[in-house]
Ligand binder design. Structure first.
Ligand code: NAD
Length: 264
């Protein structure tokens, strides 16, 4: 099936390299005929993001650090000047000090708690506030979460608390924006080796555990996430909002270690 995103255009935030979940979603949208703009965090990442953008024919790139409201405003001003309106937005952004993504949650510092909540949670609302002004005929907003929002995952710590808050913001935003036909959803993705994930203590163990114990007995890929992203951003999901959609090889439904899983 091709062309599901024909005639739709939107902004994808959070491509850092070709392992990023946002890149998986971008590729799937481009394959389905959607028109994309990218944002990247800073000059260092631009070198990686620009060639990726060119390979998909993405002409619009905006620098944006979500801790800086002026930079968010400038990005939306640029986008508005270019396009006027958008149909979708992908927020694939998260950050926490990696020194606090190991050990115990109880040792979280206030500074890192606030930083993590700002970058990983509030930024989605800050982006939504501006994106909806460019969605006069409705639209679709998507963010990325993880199972550590629901259950305790070793080392995920403050990021788990942030993802819980992010998932709850999805539901409140869905209620607020539903009357404008703007849908708001999250994908709760299984663990995938990316730049952000490399900051999480013992991430290789998490990957192996998920591979052995998921119903599909494998880890998910950025292409798996991309497919689900297209679904949620397209009219195929026209009746879906406030949803936390698991793309995790089914891991969230299991209650105990699989019988055939090797000892770890
Ligand atoms: P990634 O490192 O490729 O992407 C993280 C992105 O966040 C980067 O592009 C980075 O530039 C951006 N970012 C961080 N701070 C920012 C700031 N202040 N301003 C603007 N951008 C900023 O890693 P990823 O795993 O693709 O992460 C994307 C999203 O997916 C995150 O929300 C992450 O928590 C979520 N997620 C990842 C996994 C996984 O296992 N990799 C699983 C579930 C959910």
């Amino acid at each position: 099936m091709a062309g599901i995103m024909n005639g739709k255009r939107g902004l994808i935030m959070g491509v850092a390299n070709d392992r990023s979940l946002a890149w998986g979603i971008a590729k799937a949208i481009a394959e389905q005929g959607g028109e994309i703009a990218f944002s990247f965090q800073g000059e260092a990442l631009e070198k990686r993001v620009r060639p990726l953008a060119e390979s998909l024919g993405v002409a619009r790139l905006f620098e944006c650090d979500v801790t800086d409201m002026a930079s968010i405003d400038a990005m939306f001003e640029g986008l508005k000047a270019d396009w006027g309106t958008i149909d979708f937005l992908v927020h694939a952004i998260g950050f926490s000090d990696k020194n606090e993504l190991r050990g115990r949650y109880v040792d979280t510092s206030l500074d890192n708690f606030l930083l993590t909540m700002n970058v990983s949670v509030f930024s989605f609302t800050a982006i939504a506030q501006r994106a909806i002004l460019m969605m006069p005929d409705g639209g679709s907003l998507l963010t990325l979460s993880y199972y550590g929002a629901e259950k305790v995952i070793p080392h995920y710590n403050v990021m788990g608390v942030a993802k819980s808050a992010l998932e709850t913001s999805v539901k409140y935003l869905a209620m607020d924006l539903g009357p404008q036909n703007i849908r708001v959803n999250a994908i709760s993705a299984g663990p995938i080796k990316t730049l952000a994930a490399s900051g999480i203590g013992d991430f290789r163990y998490i990957l192996k555990w998920n591979e052995y114990n998921s119903p599909l007995r494998r880890n998910v890929t950025i292409e798996d996430v991309g497919g689900a992203g297209v679904y949620l951003l397209s009219d195929l999901a026209s009746g879906v909002t406030g949803e936390i959609h698991h793309v995790d090889a089914g891991y969230n439904v299991i209650g105990m270690k699989a019988e055939d899983a090797p000892d770890m």
